[in-house]
Design a protein around this ligand. Structure first.
Ligand SMILES: Cc1cc2nc3c(=O)[nH]c(=O)nc-3n(C[C@H](O)[C@H](O)[C@H](O)COP(=O)(O)O)c2cc1C
Ligand code: SF4
Ligand code: SF4
Length: 446
């Protein structure tokens, strides 16, 4: 059976599934329930200086639901912990003593002065926690006070605070990044320059979830006024995966440990982050929506998949997909696929035809010989896969690569050759254009 244990910047845990800093990790009661359920670690809800912040006493959450009421996107206008520092520190110490084998990381956010960071780090060290995570990500409330994403959006501040923290603690320092930036590599590089041991990402995405058209106010609202909040949940996973990959493949930050966060609900979501370079993953929304027991499926699913693939430990596949992430200009323009419809599975709903006919390439029939039939016209199909996206029957439409055959649309032989945009004759900037060998031999399509 696969070994799920991890050693992340010296922090050991029985599995890579950690709870992200948020309400599920706000107090001993929750964290102990989580550990009993099997979570490998937690990042304690962000601590700040006393007196504690004050949250609104009203709706703090907004959501985008799918047609089946599944929560696809979730947002919040909560702040960091609103419990006294002393209480949190005492509970962290008690829980860590009881659960020695689990990772206990403490999230922190204090004003941007060296004294503030030095003081809180000393107090966290006394709890015997395994590490700290610097919350440079929260996009609402705290950022207006010069903390959270107000720090994370300025690489110089990220570097400065990371450096202070490394100077004033022996604990590993993880910098949690905000996605509300133009280029995620910049704050990650700054964290590295500051000496941080790792980065975690993403925190929440700035958002207004809905407008209440009766109240004429953003939802959630407090007495008729609303504010932007931070969005998370499955809808942000693609953003988080891309940012994880950008850091994992950047020349400057390559190899820097990453804790992946954003929309993780299943073992497969987690494995995707890990394939893109994350050594551990963190979960918030899925735990809030479905409860702590989801970790059971995560552990068994990951373990079964690793057994199937022959990976005996997590590090065997962490980062494996990174070499296959490239820039658009290096994609093979000589590769080609065609859509193929499984006529037995097709329920003749016509959605593929309408999508392709109205908005794409007019490459799917709706009538053949006077009979309702959906067939791909290979002479027109560009292989864009819109039809497969809209088809309600899973795997009814598949994309089939051409191999050693003529593409009926272009009239060109597809023979496994490789030519990217930097080599393409249509690119005026191409230094050494590579022409098709077969161009002269083949008739272009009508
Ligand atoms: C209600 C709520 C409160 C949160 N509070 C914090 C916090 O105090 N500190 C922090 O670093 N991140 C906080 N987050 C962000 C999460 O830790 C996490 O980065 C984000 O939700 C993305 O993960 P998810 O898609 O699994 O929810 C909070 C998220 C939610 C939903
Ligand atoms: S792959 Fe694109 S072009 Fe081809 S049939 Fe489907 S929608 Fe049309
Ligand atoms: S969308 Fe799918 S099921 Fe509907 S007609 Fe097209 S192939 Fe058939």
């Amino acid at each position: 059976m696969a070994d799920l244990s991890v050693d992340f910047v010296g922090i050991k845990a029985p599995n890579p599934f950690w709870l992200a800093s948020a309400p599920p990790t706000d107090k001993a009661y929750n964290v102990e329930r989580a550990f009993r359920a099997g979570w490998g670690g937690v990042v304690w809800k962000t601590l700040g200086e006393d007196p504690p912040v004050v949250n609104v006493s009203g709706p703090r959450y907004g959501a985008i639901h799918g047609p089946d009421r599944r929560v696809i996107g979730f947002n919040n206008i909560e702040l960091i912990t609103d419990r006294p520092l002393e209480v949190n520190l005492r509970e962290i110490k008690e829980v860590k003593r009881k659960w020695r084998d689990r990772a206990m990381v403490v999230s922190l956010m204090v004003p941007c002065t060296e004294e503030s960071w030095k003081a809180i780090l000393a107090r966290v060290e006394e709890t015997e926690a395994d590490g700290v995570e610097l919350n440079f990500g929260c996009p609402h409330g705290m950022s207006e006070r010069g903390m959270g994403s107000a720090v994370g959006q300025v690489p110089e501040y990220v570097e400065m605070v990371a450096r202070w923290c490394k100077q004033h603690t022996r604990m590993p320092v993880i910098v949690k990044l905000t996605p509300n930036v133009g280029d995620i590599r910049k704050p990650a590089e700054a964290a590295k320059r500051g000496g941080a041991d790792a980065v975690s990402l993403i925190n929440t995405v700035n958002s207004i979830m809905h407008v209440d058209l009766d109240a004429m106010s953003p939802w959630p609202h407090t007495g008729g006024k609303g504010t932007h909040g931070g969005m998370c949940g499955p809808a942000v996973k693609p953003i988080a995966l891309n940012m994880t990959a950008e850091i994992a493949r950047s020349e400057v930050t390559r190899g820097m440990p990453i804790s992946g966060i954003g929309g993780i609900e299943t073992w497969k979501d987690a494995a995707e982050f890990m394939a893109l370079g994350a050594g551990t993953v963190q979960v918030c929304t899925a735990a809030m929506v479905y409860g702590f027991k989801i970790v059971e499926e995560m552990k068994s699913g990951l373990s079964d998949w690793m057994d199937q693939k022959g990976y005996s430990r997590v590090s065997d596949f962490v980062g494996r997909a990174v070499p296959n992430v490239t820039d658009w200009q290096y994609l093979n323009l000589d590769y080609a696929v065609k859509a193929s419809i499984d006529q037995d599975a097709c329920i003749k709903c016509g959605r593929c035809h309408i999508a392709c006919e109205d908005t794409s390439h007019q490459a799917i029939t709706n009538m053949v010989d006077g009979v309702r039939k959906f067939e791909v016209i290979e002479e027109e199909c560009v292989g864009c896969n819109l039809c497969a996206v809209v088809c309600p029957v899973e795997n009814c439409i598949t994309m089939v690569p051409l191999e050693n055959e003529v593409d009926k649309r272009t009239g060109r032989m597809v023979d496994g050759s490789y030519r990217n945009w930097t080599q393409h004759p249509n690119n005026p900037m191409a230094k050494e254009p590579v022409a098709y060998d077969t161009d002269a031999a083949l008739e272009p399509a009508e």
